[in-house]
Ligand binder design. Structure first.
Ligand code: ADP
Ligand code: MG
Length: 348
């Protein structure tokens, strides 16, 4: 009897010891390194799970790549490639640009095409005119909008490859290239690729609401998908109306509650511009989140789906975007509803 009891006690002790060993092994594995920066005009963060010194060096390389991208594409830096291309618009001259800027502009033009122009990289003069998100935000006159709209043509942005070198030309002086609707997503993809190439398997990137979940979230009892909350616009920050579980996927949200300008009349103007009118978009969309493999694609869609709505989003997604989903939050109060759209159409 005593022997059997001591065997039982021993078994319990071994079990407790095993649990402690598994827990300690788990906590060693789940070392977390977090790095925050203000870049691309917003707060960005990279969180890496795993060996800290490997994480630090990989994060450093990822930020270098993001900084290089920003130096090329920002319209706020006077000597970025995009600013120089805008300054040379209408001169008839080609400007040599980096491979990366070429690829991003080419991508933006293709996404503009895929979204029937709802995402328009030639909208720069209208974006500057509204100035939403800056101290100079204002409501332009109908005349100003119409004049700017006449030159906001994506066809005025030409790209050329010659002998392995890349060139851009903007054919009309008043056309302004602005990559604000795709830059953060593209940057998140670039940073995730850098981390992967440095051997990082698990990380979470948040570039101003453009999330990329690389690999999985390690826990003591194994890896699990990252849980990404979709912000409830009617609640405090961090309170969600839904949560999505993802790995090796991006989640990008555009919200009319995020960046807007309150006009002298108290009216709220969203930072997304309807390219068919030049006016800040007015509809019942509170937010749209896109989930899919490429953060750049998700970013382009988040902006354009705000204009296209669920039906328009369905026809874009059906046109070769398997693996992408959109979650719309529509309406207010009792009318509030969530509509999900995939490449099979609107999901009920
Ligand atoms: P955020 O930058 O807040 O994440 P988005 O990804 O939706 O939001 O991008 C919106 C930005 O893109 C605006 O701040 C503006 O610079 C630019 N933009 C607004 N409307 C359009 C549009 N229809 N097409 C292309 N760019 C746009
Ligand atoms: Mg976008």
């Amino acid at each position: 009897m005593t022997n059997r009891r001591s065997a039982l006690v021993l078994a319990v002790e071994i079990f407790i010891l095993l649990v402690i060993v598994v827990f300690l092994a788990g906590s060693a594995r789940t070392k977390v390194t977090i790095s925050n920066r203000i870049c691309l005009g917003t707060a960005c963060s990279i969180t890496v799970y795993g060996n800290a010194s490997k994480a630090k060096s990989a994060i450093g390389k990822a930020w270098d790549a993001v900084t290089e991208l920003e130096n090329h594409i920002s319209v706020n830096l006077p000597y970025s490639e995009v600013s120089l291309a805008n300054a040379m618009a209408g001169s008839g001259q080609w400007l040599e640009i980096s491979e990366q800027t070429y690829e991003l502009v080419d991508f933006a033009i293709r996404m503009s095409d895929k979204t029937s122009g709802a995402m328009n990289p030639a909208l720069g003069s209208l974006i500057a005119m509204w100035g939403i998100g800056t101290d100079d935000a204002r409501v332009p006159s109908q005349e100003e909008l119409e004049t700017a709209l006449a030159s906001a043509k994506v066809g005025n942005i030409l790209l050329q490859r010659r002998d392995g070198r890349c060139f851009i030309q903007i054919t009309e002086a008043a056309t302004v290239l602005n990559l604000g609707a795709v830059g953060k997503g593209w940057a998140a993809d670039v940073a995730a690729k850098v981390l992967s190439s440095c051997g990082i398997e698990n990380a979470l990137l948040d570039f101003g609401g453009n999330i990329y979940a690389l690999g999985k979230f390690p826990t003591t009892f194994g890896a699990r998908d990252f849980s990404i909350g979709l912000q409830d616009p009617d609640q405090y920050r961090g309170m969600n109306f839904s949560v999505v579980s993802v790995h090796n996927l991006s989640v990008v949200t555009s919200g009319s509650y995020e960046r807007f300008f309150e006009g002298p009349d108290g009216h709220r103007y969203s930072h997304i511009i309807d390219p068919s009118t030049g006016w800040s978009i007015e509809n019942d969309i509170q937010s749209v989140s896109i989930i899919g493999p490429s953060s750049a694609v998700c970013d382009a869609m988040s902006t354009s789906f705000f204009i296209l709505g669920p039906e328009g989003a369905a026809s874009v997604l059906q046109d070769g975007f398997d693996g992408y989903f959109a979650v719309f939050l529509l309406g207010n109060g009792a009318d509030r509803r969530v509509v999900q759209v995939g490449s099979d159409g609107i999901l009920e």
